[in-house]
Ligand binder design. Structure first.
Ligand code: TEU
Ligand code: CA
Length: 557
């Protein structure tokens, strides 16, 4: 096998530190909490842990607004806690990937405080300023702004500053070489401590045309694509690679917001010496109509489209580069609710089916904490339960413009990011054993039945199935490096594909529906041997191509 790499063979486990385990009763998960659960994490069989931001932050966006890149968030602990966490991971053979958030800082960052203080301050050009005497800057959309405006007027210097996200997240000026040097030096600081990689937050957005011309017509409503195509983006990523990344044995993954499949190779082609991997978000729009209310599509998710998108992205990495596979993260609802079936009848089966998908696809799997328990959306009824700046701001906007708040709240039960941020369910004691205090966000009331302690004891639980699937991938390099091929592409119910390496072939069959469904394959199943599956009892029907509701099976052909 050519070009073997540890990060291609790894299973990554993402932890949202705020919601994993609270060690001191303040209701907020922390580093000591993670340390206390390292044996659990190790027991999953995963290789790499990615932590969402743990740096000093006023937490307007839960750590994605950093006020000091070299300090640990007070609520999460101290640098000594961080050192012992890293040490505890390395002792267990686990690698640590941190979040790199450098498109913007917090408005509390010292650089921004200096920058906004006067037009002649040495830090002025660390950010993007538009002097008000030039008139109003051309429209730029913002993610988390009540007025959906990415330019905020600041009276101190009579100028507007740019913030693609919240007002408290001003965008750094990457066109300024001094900014880049400061960031590279900060990255070296963490690599020299021994971390094993970075997940790079909205990294495609860093470079900007600083003349800030009017947004071309075609990007209205699709501004992400414009933001992701700044003039010097790839020059900066190559520079970052040469100055920092290439000096360490580490992995990098770009959050690929706004990046299309035609552009992906520009990030990950090894010849270009930029990054290793990129997430694509193309399936994330499936089943949604979107718009101001974030409406759902009454027809639900089209499996045919889902398969088409994964297959297209697989072909991007046919020759060079490397892909990623995920179905959930801290910006998304729970995978079993969004892509499976969270009814009491099918939650367990469908979450195991999705786990089978994630661990048999071509690309490094990024598995979101809690999905191994089959945790599902909490579906808050009231706006007062929400904590996320995104939901709160959209709600505020709809309220101010006199819109239909109930319609929005109904949609958020499916879509809101907070669905994926509720505390990890450890056991059936108060607050699911997450905290002895008041949790920063409600624990899902189903924790008495869905929790780690209960699932430990049940060999058929999603938890123990996840462990089995991780080992299965580890024992079969064919699942890492084997060629992927989609079969029966127009089947609206079943996802069927093969993986093939050195003459060995596996067939994966996944029923995405809650009824019996057949795969129609040009494959002789006579000598096929089932290797793993999510049903414990054998089927009554002996046709291997007939699948029970949400059934997942892997065959050796
Ligand atoms: O997300 C940026 C991003 O790509 C958006 O599409 C994001 O999915 C947003 O949540 C829309 O729902 C990253 C982080 O993952 C996110 O948590 C941060 O809030 C954001 O950057 C700003 O740093
Ligand atoms: Ca705490």
């Amino acid at each position: 096998i050519p070009n073997r790499k540890w990060w291609k063979e790894a299973v990554v486990y993402q932890i949202y530190p705020r919601s994993f385990k609270d060690s001191n009763g303040d209701g907020v998960g922390d580093l000591k909490g993670i340390i206390s659960k390292l044996d659990y994490i190790k027991s999953l069989g995963i290789d790499v842990i990615w932590l969402n931001p743990i740096y000093a932050s006023p937490n307007h966006d839960n750590g994605y607004d950093i006020s000091d890149y070299r300090k640990i968030m007070t609520e999460f602990g101290t640098m000594a806690d961080f050192d012992s966490l890293l040490n505890g991971m390395h002792r267990r053979g686990l690698k640590l990937v941190l979040d790199l958030v450098v498109n913007h800082t917090s408005s509390d960052h010292e650089w921004f405080k200096q920058s906004r203080s006067s037009r002649t301050n040495p830090y002025r050009h660390f950010y993007h300023w538009w002097p008000a005497e030039k008139g109003k800057p051309a429209k730029r959309y913002s993610y988390f702004d009540v007025d959906n405006n990415a330019w905020k007027y600041d009276s101190t210097t009579n100028a507007y500053y740019l913030h693609y996200f919240a007002r408290s997240q001003p965008d750094l000026n990457w066109e300024n070489p001094e900014v880049r040097q400061k960031i590279y030096s900060m990255m070296r600081y963490w690599f020299d401590k021994g971390i094993d990689g970075f997940r790079m937050d909205v990294i495609p957005f860093i470079s900007k045309d600083t003349t800030f011309p009017p947004l071309p017509e075609k990007y209205h409503g699709d501004f992400k694509k414009y933001y992701a195509n700044g003039p010097h983006l790839h020059q900066y990523l190559h520079e970052m690679n040469q100055k920092v990344l290439s000096h360490y044995d580490i992995m990098t993954v770009a959050e690929g917001a706004g990046v299309t499949s035609d552009e992906a190779m520009n990030f990950v082609d090894p010849k270009r010496q930029e990054l290793n991997m990129l997430y694509n978000f193309e399936v994330m729009g499936l089943g949604l109509k979107g718009g101001e209310y974030r409406d759902l599509d009454p027809n639900g998710v089209s499996l045919v489209q889902f398969k088409k998108i994964y297959t297209k992205w697989d072909s991007v990495y046919g020759e060079r580069g490397w892909g990623t596979i995920f179905l959930g993260n801290h910006d998304m609802p729970r995978m079993v609710t969004r892509w499976g079936n969270d009814s009491p009848e099918y939650r367990v089966l469908s979450s195991k089916m999705l786990t089978t998908f994630l661990l048999t696809m071509h690309g490094t799997p990024y598995y979101y904490f809690g999905d191994e328990l089959g945790m599902d959306n909490i579906k808050f009824d009231s706006i007062s339960d929400y904590r996320d700046i995104e939901t709160l701001h959209i709600y505020e906007h709809i309220k101010e413009t006199g819109g239909d708040l109930q319609r929005f709240l109904n949609n958020e039960k499916m879509i809101a990011r907070d669905n994926g941020r509720t505390p990890f369910q450890w056991d059936s004691t108060a607050n699911a054993g997450f905290t002895s205090g008041t949790p920063w966000i409600n624990v899902n009331p189903n924790y008495k039945t869905i929790n780690e302690a209960v699932e430990e004891k049940n060999p058929e639980s999603p938890l123990n199935y996840f462990r089995k699937m991780v080992q299965f991938r580890k024992n079969n390099l064919i699942l890492v490096y084997g060629k992927y091929e989609l079969l029966d592409k127009d089947n609206p119910n079943v996802y069927a594909y093969t993986r093939e390496l050195n003459g060995r072939k596996m067939l994966i069959l996944l029923n995405f529906t809650d009824h019996q469904a057949d795969a129609h394959l040009p494959v002789n199943m006579k000598n096929a041997k089932q290797l793993i599956g999510n049903y414990s009892e054998p089927a009554k029907n002996d046709n291997p191509l007939s699948l029970r509701p949400h059934e997942a099976k892997v065959y050796q052909l």
